[in-house]
Ligand binder design. Structure first.
Ligand code: GAP
Length: 449
């Protein structure tokens, strides 16, 4: 059962070290967050799961890790300089600034005034000076989406790793948007991460592949604990499509603050590769692109049958890591009543996402024999695991179970005197709270490590 409110999630995240406000000791920075010891593990596991499904389990997709600082020409020809903006209004009475499309009844949300300016476009890209002279000419943008460097590296990837259509390039990384009103915890922030795939297909096959990726992505979300029943598919109306899109499906999720976009799956046509290509008149580009006189590359594939160069179409599933984190956390969150009348908070995360795979807990914290055996068990498990196993030496089993329920640890392994005498341990299951005794040598068989 999901959380009742965002406050419950915010409080859990702070209490258990998932997420902190960035620069909190100086009052924070709006729309910027830091991921703590548990948050960094959950986030990494989400990204690993996406990477594994996109790159490792397929042979038609290659990975990329491109720069964040972006040559302004890239974002000129991508259309972002001209169109990547939100409508901004000012309140003439209290000087508050807001997104026009987020206002209720055209009233200032701070003072209720209707004395507002007309909306004007506010470009969301962050700029920074490059080099020692800040003269306004030598600057770069912090990329607003990871996608553009995939397009500009299209030829590099293809020349070094030859592929024929259809094939894809995947990337996970930071993106930055100077949101007018960041809000709802990590839902709308100014610094975030994206997991983006650009899947290149033949013009004409694009609609078929668009449907294919919609299904693939729904199935991936299901594996992360976000079932189809929790997602709505929005066929984005024509007048709301991004400048590059022919058709977009948004996967909408019921976040604690309302139903909003979790992931977009767009048909970007030949817009981006076409826009970044030189000598555009050599190709039949269906999208309306800016005449490019500055690129030195043609981002196309050679069609051997028809003996011509063609610009592929692109299907793009694009998910935010932070929104994925929030949705997965929300789905996993449970408040359960216990037989003794108390309640417990438990995160029922899928095993492959849990920040801690297993906690090894000695029954007593000052008994060297128990603690040393617990350390050995932890070390042996960690050697064969690429997820985190911890030694939890608090000496208070009940408190340790409560902590590990709240951070979603699937299994706690208790080391007691039978462990020394009979070579056994007790496994405690997070979801059922059932306990069973097993041989130490069999632990691996019972865990997803
Ligand atoms: N390359 C396509 C693209 O960037 P988008 O719909 O603007 O499309 C894709 O963004 C995803 O990135 C969104 O579905 C969302 O998950 C995430 N995202 C976008 N803006 C965000 C923000 N300000 N804070 C957190 N996540 C954001």
């Amino acid at each position: 059962m999901p959380a009742n409110s965002m406050d419950e999630l915010v409080s859990l995240c702070k209490r258990r070290g998932f997420i902190f406000q960035s620069g909190e000791i100086y009052g924070g920075l709006q729309g910027i967050y830091d991921y703590g010891p548990m948050g960094v593990e959950l986030k990494k596991n989400i990204k690993d799961s996406w990477w594994s499904s996109m790159v490792y389990r397929r042979d038609d997709i290659e990975g990329l890790d491109a720069s964040i600082l972006t040559n302004p020409k890239v974002l000129k020809y991508s259309g972002h300089e001209d169109t990547f903006s939100d409508p901004l209004v000012d309140c003439k009475d209290c000087n508050g600034r807001f997104r026009a499309d987020h206002l209720d009844d055209s009233k200032c949300p701070l003072c209720g005034s209707i004395n507002l300016t007309d909306p004007r476009p506010f470009n969301l890209m962050f700029k920074t000076a490059v080099g020692p002279v800040d003269d306004g000419k030598n600057f770069a943008y912090l990329r607003p989406e990871t996608a553009q460097q995939i397009f500009t590296n299209f030829k590099n990837v293809l020349d070094s790793n030859p592929k024929s259509l259809p094939f894809g390039i995947a990337q996970i990384g930071k993106a930055f948007r100077n949101e007018i009103t960041p809000r709802n915890f990590i839902f709308r922030v100014r610094e975030f991460e994206q997991m983006e795939l650009e899947f290149f297909v033949k013009n004409g096959d694009d609609e078929k592949w668009h449907e294919y990726w919609l299904e693939e992505r729904l199935s991936w979300w299901e594996d992360q604990g976000v079932p189809r029943s929790s997602l709505e598919i929005l066929d984005v109306p024509q007048d709301e499509l991004s400048h590059y899109s022919k058709k977009t499906y948004d996967l909408m999720y019921k976040f604690p603050h309302g139903v909003e976009e979790l992931e977009g799956i767009a048909n970007r046509t030949d817009f981006d590769l076409g826009s970044h290509s030189k000598n555009q008149n050599e190709f039949e580009i269906t999208a309306k692109v800016t005449n490019n006189k500055e690129s030195n590359s043609k981002l196309a594939v050679h069609n051997l049958d028809e003996k011509k160069w063609e610009i592929p179409y692109v299907i793009e599933p694009s998910a935010g890591v932070d929104r994925a984190f929030l949705a997965i956390l929300n789905e996993a969150y449970n408040e359960e009543s216990l037989p003794d009348g108390k309640t417990r908070t438990v995160l029922k995360l899928s095993k492959h996402l849990a920040p801690i795979s297993a906690a090894v807990i000695p029954l007593k914290k000052n008994d060297n024999k128990l603690v040393n055996l617990a350390k050995d068990v932890k070390d042996q498990l960690q050697q064969v695991s690429n997820r985190r196993i911890i030694l939890e030496n608090t000496g208070n089993i009940g408190k340790s179970y409560r902590k590990h329920d709240e951070i979603g640890t699937p299994t706690c392994i208790t080391i007691d005197y039978d462990s020394i005498e009979k070579n056994t341990v007790t496994l405690r299951d997070r979801d059922t709270m059932d306990q069973k005794t097993i041989d130490i040598d069999d632990i691996n068989k019972h865990l997803l490590i």
